[in-house]
Ligand binder design. Structure first.
Ligand SMILES: Cc1cc2nc3c(=O)[nH]c(=O)nc-3n(C[C@H](O)[C@H](O)[C@H](O)COP(=O)(O)OP(=O)(O)OC[C@H]3O[C@@H](n4cnc5c(N)ncnc54)[C@H](O)[C@@H]3O)c2cc1C
Length: 645
């Protein structure tokens, strides 16, 4: 077989320098909005994106709903009510600041999106008269039809619209460039961000980005426990290229994180163990509240929060009498009583009552517009479903008005994972920050899925914009700070090293080994001995395997860098697990050597950072953010009075 010619220029050894006021790393939902906010304030903005901004990130191919847009014109709840409910729901081990920003500003970003050309209303009247549609505004709602704070949206129109707006605003977009490390300097005895280093993933060219302020928007870690070398693209829920580089570079720079000990049993993933998300019969998120039947075609009942059987489809979308609202979608898996919405009868109860597996989602039994909104609008706009599910299934003859879709496993998800196969999912840990979304490093801000307790597109959009405007305000009064050139030289050496190794290990082998290490030593049950063994194994990988990693082109090299980043995140996770010396139900964290669940003395945030190779712990009280509404208003008068732009 003839060797394939690399289609791009060879720019190894070339270096470019770019200066800007605000540097945004990651051009997903959060990064794009951060850039737009800073550019609207007249600053010179650069976005560094590993893929192509037009379609990159978790929302690149779409989202089907926009959560917690509490200030939309039809909403019957306040930002305070919903943000506080989220915090309460997670026993206060939750990101109150970011949730409040999401609830208060999420609608503003959706309105922006419409201005950019994104579709947020049923302008063609496809669903005229449907219960979930507001006739005056043509907005459409999901889940709680009474309170109307989660919208159904045409998310596949969003990223191209944002991209065009960014071009219009003159934002410099560096596509196909992976950010690899942060540049830092010292100012007045404090560590301060000075920009970042990036590598072009087509050509190998290095770019040094020198910036006054930096916004991190590179999503959350993945491929830590789950990795299948034969099905790489299906390994995790989020896009293949988002594996926690932002966490890794923060960790290397001394950034503070919290809740990194939290991991959940893998669920919304594939990794070869399950079907892709939302491609099978389901009753969650996109598929809420599909009619479910058993193998005989007998309908499976939905119950209200008090256990009463609901008689109509419409009742599945309303709070029970005496309940103000319910929470659904995103991370709300087992809601507390106050926030519990309608759900199908529990699996054990169904078995006791003689319901027969397999189960199916049967949209043909739903009112026509409810069927069309799930199969059609939502499946047509959800992250990974438009082409592989909607188009493909329909081309193969699936007709939701006639056919039912099978549910796999014993529950409602499409997955069958062991308890040791875990994921950073369900509002996981991430970067610790203050009311400006500023990290512990001066001039560096964080947003979206990089924040601790993150969850959804509205959260990413709102926190991205917020971080963008706060970083811009800061940058306005600062000048570029000099950094030590040795940081660049050492980074180039690290980045290029695998290109000089012939016939070494490939990135997939190390990723697979890391995933095994995490399953074996940081699985469902942790203890000190296991964690130390895991860290020891990581050390041996660093010493023995990393110098032998080999890459043959810039793309392969990027994948190799990703695995090095995954290794940093694995270290951070295991060290975080060591710091919490008790177990916690909320954090899905069990230690056999400290089995006591959620003791009062540990019910707070534990932060972690690395300084001169040593782990530094911090303890931060719950609700460190104060009263959410009061503090938000204190920190954002300019935004409130300035037309919310
Ligand atoms: C399949 C799926 C369906 C979803 N559906 C919904 C939904 O319906 N409603 C909802 O509210 N939420 C949904 N979500 C969640 C939501 O999409 C995300 O929470 C949100 O988009 C996160 O935005 P972000 O900007 O933080 O991260 P992302 O959008 O993932 O953006 C991160 C960006 O950083 C880039 N990047 C990563 N590493 C680097 C690096 N080293 N250098 C440069 N760039 C880098 C990535 O390429 C990516 O473009 C869904 C997620 C998925 C995966």
């Amino acid at each position: 077989m003839s060797e394939i010619k690399w289609p791009y220029a060879n720019e190894f050894g070339k270096e470019e320098n770019i200066e800007c006021d605000v540097l945004v790393l990651g051009g997903g939902m959060a990064g794009c909005f951060a850039a737009i906010a800073a550019a609207r304030r007249g600053l010179k903005v650069v976005v560094v994106e590993k893929g192509a901004v037009k379609r990159s990130g978790a929302a690149g191919t779409g989202v089907d709903h926009w959560e917690s847009a509490c200030t939309n014109p039809c909403s019957k709840v306040t930002a305070k009510e919903i943000a506080e409910a989220y915090v309460d729901e997670q026993d206060h081990l939750s990101n109150g600041i970011a949730h409040y920003i999401c609830c208060e500003e999420g609608w503003d970003r959706l309105a922006d999106m419409e201005e950019f050309g994104g579709k947020i209303r049923d302008t063609e009247d496809e669903f005229k008269g449907a219960e979930f549609r507001d006739e005056a505004t043509k907005l459409m709602f999901a889940y709680d039809y009474e309170n109307k704070f989660t919208l159904r949206v045409w998310g596949k129109t969003f990223k191209p619209a944002m991209h065009d707006e960014m071009e219009r605003l003159g934002i410099k977009i560096c596509d196909y460039t992976e950010a690899t490390s942060l540049l830092t300097a010292e100012a007045e005895g404090k560590k301060r961000g000075a920009g970042a280093i990036g590598m072009n993933v087509h050509t190998g060219k290095i770019t040094v980005f020198h910036a006054k302020s930096t916004v991190l928007a590179m999503s959350r870690p993945a491929r830590l426990w789950l990795f299948n070398p034969d099905l790489t693209g299906l390994c995790e829920f989020r896009p293949m290229q988002s594996i926690g580089s932002g966490h890794s570079m923060g960790w290397r720079a001394g950034m503070e994180f919290t809740m990194m000990e939290k991991s959940v049993r893998a669920e919304f993933s594939a990794a070869g163990s399950s079907f892709p998300p939302y491609s099978t019969g389901n009753n969650h998120n996109t598929w809420y509240a599909a009619t479910m039947v058993d193998s005989r075609g007998v309908e499976i009942p939905y119950l209200d929060r008090d256990g009463n059987i609901l008689k109509t489809v419409s009742e599945r979308y309303h709070p029970v009498k005496g309940q103000k609202f319910f929470l659904k979608g995103g991370v709300i898996d087992e809601p507390k009583y106050e926030y519990r919405g309608p759900e199908t009868m529990p699996f054990d109860e169904l078995m006791k009552r003689g319901y027969k597996l397999p189960f199916y989602a049967d949209l043909s039994r739903m009112p026509e517009e409810e069927r069309r909104v799930i199969w059609g609008m939502m499946i047509g706009n959800e992250g990974k479903t438009k082409v592989p599910v909607l188009d493909y299934y329909e081309n193969r003859g699936f007709d939701p008005a006639k056919h039912a879709m099978q549910v796999y496993g014993t529950g409602w998800t499409s997955a069958s994972f062991s308890d040791d196969e875990r994921q950073l999912f369900g509002a996981p840990g991430g970067i610790m920050h203050d009311w400006d979304l500023k990290t512990n490093i001066e001039g560096i801000y964080a947003s979206g899925d990089q924040l601790f307790g993150s969850d959804c597109a509205g959260f990413a959009a709102a926190t991205g914009y917020y971080a963008g405007r706060k970083s811009a305000e800061w940058a306005k009064n600062e000048s570029l700070i000099d950094y030590d050139r040795s940081q660049v030289d050492e980074e180039i050496e690290r980045l290029y090293a695998p290109m000089y190794v012939e016939k070494g290990y490939g990135w997939k082998e190390l990723n697979f080994a890391l995933a095994k290490c995490m399953k074996n030593y940081c699985g469902a049950i942790k203890n000190e001995a296991l964690l130390l063994q895991g860290l020891d194994l990581l050390k041996s990988y660093r010493e023995e395997v990393v110098p032998q990693l080999s890459a043959s082109n810039p793309h392969d090299l990027m994948r190799t860098h990703e695995v090095l980043d995954i290794m940093d995140v694995a270290e951070m996770v295991m060290e975080s697990c060591r710091l919490r010396k008790s177990s916690s139900k909320t954090l899905c964290f069990t230690r056999s050597d400290y089995p006591e669940m959620d003791p009062a003395e540990d019910h707070h945030f534990i932060t972690i950072r690395r300084e001169n190779g040593k782990i530094v712990r911090g303890d931060v009280e719950l609700d460190y953010f104060g009263d959410l509404k009061t503090e938000y208003e204190k920190h954002n008068q300019d935004y409130i009075e300035g037309g919310r732009k």
